[in-house]
Design a protein around this ligand. Structure first.
Ligand SMILES: C[S@@+](CC[C@H](N)C(=O)[O-])C[C@H]1O[C@@H](n2cnc3c(N)ncnc32)[C@H](O)[C@@H]1O
Length: 270
């Protein structure tokens, strides 16, 4: 039993870049309880045997889902969304652009990308003048499935959503509050591990990668930031979480003003 916790910590680190110290072993125990039950596994030792033989199957995905934190809310921290509206969009408009692409790179259950989608609609970006492309990804397939469904319970809907937005963009269904199909269908969802980004030529004007770097070790943070840098157009915007920064990790970004985690891709990396 002694090797079980170090194995699971090491597994989580190698698969998702997430650092969990031994002081969090109680979390491993409590968060994996449901998964053991679901797959009729006797204990964590049996789970470790499964991970050793099938490190990328359904159960493995369940371990990642259970051990990642999916905390999120509508317009979380508010200020980044204010800056998107009052600084970033006006700059893009000034450039006489006709296209805007946004990526929510650890979207959890979807509140972040749908907040962006509502804001862009409020700002009149869904007009024949603009082509808007919204992309959202997360490592956790369970969170992503809820994001794609776009259905939220009372507790979830209450967290940060204004009445006006609820009235304008949601309808009550027997399953819960469902975001309008126009908003839902405007977003492309995909399971993506930030530590293993697939090669693709796609580049974004704006990336939201908030409240996920804090779970990574510095080497993983460095690698992820360099990859995000690569995925932004020159002059593109990166929003990080309030406790996150590029300082000492990636010098291809310039911090813009105080608070709210806004960076601009300032130069190419050497
Ligand atoms: C705390 S939530 C943040 C959600 C949202 N960005 C926000 O700020 O409200 C962190 C999310 O990061 C995801 N995550 C953790 N490790 C990841 C990885 N290696 N690649 C992609 N997503 C990851 C988790 O599944 C979780 O949904």
């Amino acid at each position: 039993m002694k090797y079980v916790y170090p194995f699971i910590r090491q597994y989580l680190h190698s698969q998702a870049g997430i650092l969990l110290g031994p002081e969090k072993d109680y979390l491993i125990e409590s968060r994996l309880h449901g998964l053991l039950k679901k797959h009729s596994l006797k204990d964590l030792e049996q789970l470790v045997c499964v991970l050793e033989s099938t490190p990328e199957g359904d159960i493995a995905a369940g371990v990642i889902s259970s051990l990642t934190t999916h905390e999120t809310s509508w317009f979380r921290d508010q200020r980044p969304f204010d800056r998107l509206r009052t600084e970033v969009l006006p700059q893009l408009r000034q450039q006489q652009r006709r296209q805007i692409s946004v990526w929510s790179a650890a979207c959890s259950t979807g509140q972040e990308i749908y907040s962006i989608a509502m804001l862009l609609r409020d700002e009149g970006m869904y007009s024949p003048m603009w082509q808007v492309s919204l992309y959202a990804s997360d490592i956790c397939k369970t969170a992503l499935a809820q994001a794609e469904r776009g259905v939220y319970n009372h507790f979830e809907i209450e967290r940060g959503l204004a009445q006006t937005h609820r009235q304008r963009y949601f309808e009550m269904t027997p399953a819960g509050w469902r975001i309008s199909s126009a908003v839902r269908q405007s977003v492309r969802f995909e399971a993506v591990n930030l530590t293993r980004l697939p090669d693709s030529p796609e580049r974004f004007d704006i990336i939201f990668c908030r409240n996920v770097l804090i779970y990574f070790d510095p080497n993983t943070q460095r690698k992820v930031l360099q990859n995000l840098h690569d995925k932004l157009v020159p002059g593109g915007f990166l929003f990080l979480g309030a406790a996150e920064s590029t300082a000492g990790l990636c010098d291809g970004f310039q911090y813009v003003g105080t608070g709210s985690g806004l960076y601009v891709r300032s130069k190419s990396l050497g």
